[in-house]
Ligand binder design. Structure first.
Ligand code: DGJ
Length: 745
């Protein structure tokens, strides 16, 4: 890994064994993008890669040159008003109303490692030599606004982390109305755009479209990253698939309003922008003040989508997630939400916990309904003290009883919200996000606390801190069940109202940071009505997130498959729930529910007491299995093999780092009869190693399993005879592969 600066040619080359990222100072002082892709050789000068032409109807920068137009140049951080008509990376409104800016290169510095982004989640380094950061300093001579562009290249893999920092060195107050985290101009548009979109209970479905002249974008204006779109997109070559071909992934480490956009211009170049959504964004920057954008990560690969995802998985698992739980196997939990909803007594909870303990579950999680006057959706949020009518000795008493059963105890909170029927609201009605004299829209009868205000965050922190110091709590599920409406803060002046959305999310990060600092061993799981805030920003604080409220195994196949394009298995909360499933009313076998949930953090979302003794025995076996293999399942290299979006069957697998063990998950939606034979080409194995495959009499070499394929054919490729057991809908199988020996028989 290196950063080479060629002063004579004004170029910067960031490279490692996999990628090169090259930029240069353009004749007008702006920074030009030269190349991002597979590693190319170091040269003194790359100016031959910068193309200019005299194009009709161009607006030109210099009066002596008809060729130099920003409209036709690829740039690092495009601005408004200086002959580029595409969407800029930033807009700065000045005192006289002008929005024109021009940032000229001034200086640079290189830092080993990676600077911390104050108050924001970001990737980090732990050891010397893991990464280097180039910080280029540019300045707009008219306003005195300094722009620093931060580029971190990691020693391994195809990742570059980027962000921008603005510092007002001038005398006048400025307003940033757009400040993207990255602007990436690519030389052509021969890409398919993949976004990960959906809705509550069907989050992060991959959707693919071809780029064309014009703009394609996804984003959120909800205050949270949302169920609807994820701050992650991929540009892939049309012939790229899971196993080969070029692709670039763009991921924003942020949990609030975002925009991800690709703009193809008249000459088929593509500009990607990613950052805080500029709509409603207006950050006042007084003289001497600075603004740091969130971080965005770009990953390049020429080895297909699985390779792209694996690069994100490694980076986000090891250098975005932090703390005590980062590398630890996650506890197998039981959560009472689908078992009881709001309808529970302490005895009922203990009953659930006792049976769960008996099957091997490690952590009991008490969900919504334990606090204030909360017995339905209308009351209690904001009153973070136990309802002693339900829990006579409070949370401290219950946590002790759970401890005596031999389990860890976890608790649900929704710290950002308040019901009007709560002590908190009665004391502080002005603490919610709401505009004066306007209707206050509710979501689930709850209102959003104004986390842009320090006193609000302080208050919630002290309530939670009191409770957590008192009781023995080792896990928190942090929920967030509505988006922001009527976005207005009572304490900010008119010209700072455009800051509320971002200040809100900074408040959320601040509360997380303080709680983690005070209770470093608590495992946080983020949640937002399931997967409404499943984003990299959250991963920095909570190493796992509740992937979706949809716990049906067939639905989860799609949700977890789509989520895996960016996020590691260890980040996906996944539980076995009852049948018929509460979301889709479907009956799937218990084994299939477990076979899907194993590829995640694993747990149960039901009252095990409702199961038959045979089923309970199965649960015991499932838990024993998960305990044996969870390190491999949660931290192994994950491959998508067959997509549930295009097949009646789906498959994925994990392989350990020395290729000695692997687990394949195979799933079939609908059963059939007299079907074709089926086989699955496995990945990531050692071709010369012989593997014992569970369920097969004969062991197979890695090359056989990868190139000839694992035979998955069953009775449905024919017709059951006599008392042969028929196959059924929603079946699944796990194949455990264990290396026997290397070499030829
Ligand atoms: C939404 C979450 O996604 C559920 O798991 C549950 O915690 C409910 N909220 C509780 O209100």
């Amino acid at each position: 890994m290196n950063i080479v600066v060629n002063k004579a040619a004004d170029t910067f080359h960031l490279y490692n064994d996999d990628i090169s990222y090259i930029m240069t100072v353009l004749p007008n002082g702006q920074l030009g993008q030269v190349y991002f892709g597979k590693k190319i050789r170091e040269r003194e000068d790359y100016s031959h890669l910068v193309e200019t032409a005299t194009r009709p109807m161009s607006s030109c920068v210099f009066d002596t040159d008809k060729r130099f137009s920003m409209e036709h140049l690829r740039q690092e951080y495009a601005v408004f008003g200086t002959s580029d008509y595409r969407t800029p990376a930033t807009e700065v409104v000045q005192k006289n109303g002008s929005r024109i800016s021009e940032f000229c290169f001034r200086d640079y510095r290189i830092e080993s490692g990676k600077p911390i982004l104050e108050g924001l989640p970001a990737t980090y380094t732990e050891n010397a030599g893991e990464a280097s950061t180039l910080i280029t300093g540019l300045e707009d001579p008219v306003t005195g606004l300094r722009l620093e562009l931060l580029y971190t290249i990691f020693a391994k893999g195809g990742s570059i982390a980027r962000s921008a920092r603005f510092s007002n060195h001038g005398r006048e107050t400025l307003h940033l109305t757009s400040a993207m985290s990255l602007c990436m101009d690519l030389p052509d548009c021969c890409y398919d755009w993949m976004q990960f979109s959906g809705a509550w209970a069907r989050e992060r479905y991959p959707k693919t479209r071809q780029l064309e002249q014009g703009i394609l974008s996804v984003g959120s204006m909800r205050g949270n990253s949302s169920h609807n779109h994820n701050p992650f997109v991929i540009l892939k070559r049309p012939d790229t698939d899971e196993f080969q071909g070029e692709a670039i992934g763009f991921s924003l480490i942020y949990s609030g309003n975002f925009l991800a956009q690709a703009e193809v211009d008249t000459y088929d170049t593509t500009r990607v922008l990613m950052g805080i959504h500029p709509s409603c964004f207006d950050w006042k920057l007084e003289a001497g003040e600075s603004f740091q954008t969130p971080e965005a990560v770009m990953v390049y690969t020429d080895q297909g989508l699985n390779h792209l995802s694996q690069t994100f998985h490694r980076l986000y698992q090891k250098r975005l997630a932090r703390g005590y739980w980062r590398d630890r196997e996650r506890p197998i939990l039981i959560n009472n939400w689908e078992a009881t909803c709001f309808d529970f007594t302490e005895e009922k909870l203990l009953e659930i916990a006792r049976t769960a303990k008996e099957t091997g579950v490690e952590l009991f999680v008490l969900d919504d309904g334990w606090f204030g006057e909360r017995s339905n959706e209308h009351a209690g949020l904001g009153d973070w003290f136990a309802n002693t009518k339900r829990l006579p000795q409070g949370i401290t008493g219950l946590s002790k009883k759970i401890g005596e059963i031999g389990m860890k105890f976890g608790l649900w909170f929704e710290p950002e919200m308040v019901n009007k029927d709560s002590d908190l609201y009665r004391q502080h009605p002005d603490w919610i996000i709401a505009a004066p004299e306007r209707r206050q829209s509710h979501g689930r009868f709850q209102y959003v606390l104004d986390f842009s205000r320090t006193e609000v965050v302080d208050y919630i922190y002290s309530m939670m801190e009191t409770l957590l110091s008192d009781a023995d709590i080792s896990y928190i599920k942090w929920d967030m069940n509505r988006s922001i409406t009527e976005c207005f803060s009572n304490t900010l002046p008119a010209d700072r109202q455009g800051e509320v959305y971002h200040r809100y999310i900074l408040g959320v990060y601040e509360l997380y940071e303080r709680l983690i600092g005070r209770f470093p061993q608590i495992l946080f799981e983020s949640c937002a009505s399931g997967g409404g805030r499943f984003d990299p920003g959250m991963l920095y604080y909570a190493p796992q997130g509740w992937t979706s409220d949809d716990t049906d195994a067939m639905e989860r196949l799609k949700i977890q498959y789509g989520t895996s394009y960016c996020y590691p298995v260890s980040s996906m909360g996944s539980h076995v729930s009852v049948t018929p499933n509460q979301q889709v009313n479907r009956d799937t076998p218990l084994s299939t529910r477990a076979n899907v949930a194993y590829f995640g953090t694993f747990g149960y979302e039901l009252d095990l007491n409702v199961l038959s003794s045979e089923e309970l025995e199965d649960v015991r076996e499932e838990i024993t299995f998960m305990k044996q293999y969870r390190h491999l399942l949660q931290f192994g290299t994950f491959y998508r093999l067959e997509s549930p979006f295009s097949h009646n069957t789906a498959a994925w697998m994990v392989v350990d780092s020395d290729k000695k063990e692997a687990i394949v998950g195979w799933y079939r939606v609908l059963n059939g009869i007299n079907l074709p034979f089926t086989r699955l080409k496995l990945k990531g194995l050692d071709p010369g190693t012989k593997y014992a495959v569970s369920g097969s009499v004969k062991s197979c070499y890695g090359d056989e399993l990868m190139y000839a394929g694992l035979i998955t054919t069953d009775i449905s490729s024919g017709q059951a005879q006599g008392d042969e057991k028929m196959s059924r809908d929603f079946e699944s199988r796990l194949y455990i592969l264990k290396a026997e020996k290397r070499g030829i028989e």
